[in-house]
Design a protein around this ligand. Structure first.
Ligand SMILES: CC(C)(COP(=O)(O)OP(=O)(O)OC[C@H]1O[C@@H](n2cnc3c(N)ncnc32)[C@H](O)[C@@H]1OP(=O)(O)O)[C@@H](O)C(=O)NCCC(=O)NCCS
Length: 154
């Protein structure tokens, strides 16, 4: 058994349609422009790799990733606001990276908002490098915001 309490008392499992209420509620609390329930449902239906982090009875974090042509795309990684800054984001990021390696992916890509220092720092600390930018990728209060594209060689 792990000696790290963050790992010891939590369980990472597949996300299912039964989790959607909880996932949507967390997404709405955590993001200024959350995904719709339909987007999450489509990800599960399309058999994207969707993981949930369970702490006791509670679902407290989740990830969505897809694999194509040897590349892995991290589409969503989110920790419920009240559980942030406890190491769960790092735990889930390590999990999706391990999963991508098991799928024989050679790289992982993601997008992050320049206005999201928590996300950016998390990825940078793990070794993701900036490889580009997608102009006007995100909705923003004053129009659109660019996305920073980051890659990790696996
Ligand atoms: C980004 C997010 C997943 C981080 O999860 P978390 O559980 O709070 O992060 P952890 O406690 O595991 O911290 C891991 C690292 O993330 C970075 N980080 C997390 N919160 C931070 C903050 N408020 N400010 C700066 N860096 C932060 C740090 O590098 C931290 O490492 P450190 O503790 O050694 O400094 C979480 O804040 C979140 O879900 N935010 C809303 C959704 C989101 O923005 N997802 C990313 C979209 S690209």
């Amino acid at each position: 058994m792990s000696s790290n309490p963050v790992e010891q008392y939590s369980l990472i499992r597949q996300m299912t349609a039964d989790d959607l209420d909880c996932v949507v509620e967390i997404d709405q609390a955590a993001y200024p422009y959350p995904w719709t329930r339909g987007i999450f449902a489509d990800c599960i239906r399309a058999a994207y790799d969707c993981f949930a982090l369970q702490l006791g009875e509670d679902l407290i974090a989740y990830t969505i990733q897809s694999t194509a042509a040897g590349g892995n795309h991290l589409l969503n990684l989110c920790v419920a606001p009240r559980w942030q800054r406890n190491g769960y984001g790092k735990l889930m990021l390590n999990h999706v990276i391990r999963h991508a390696r098991l799928q024989k992916c050679t790289s992982m890509f993601l997008e992050v908002r320049p206005s999201n220092p928590s996300g950016f720092r998390l990825y940078e600390q793990k070794g993701f490098a900036i490889v580009g930018k997608r102009p006007g990728y995100y909705r923003a209060d004053d129009g659109r915001e660019d996305a920073i594209v980051m890659r990790l060689d696996l």
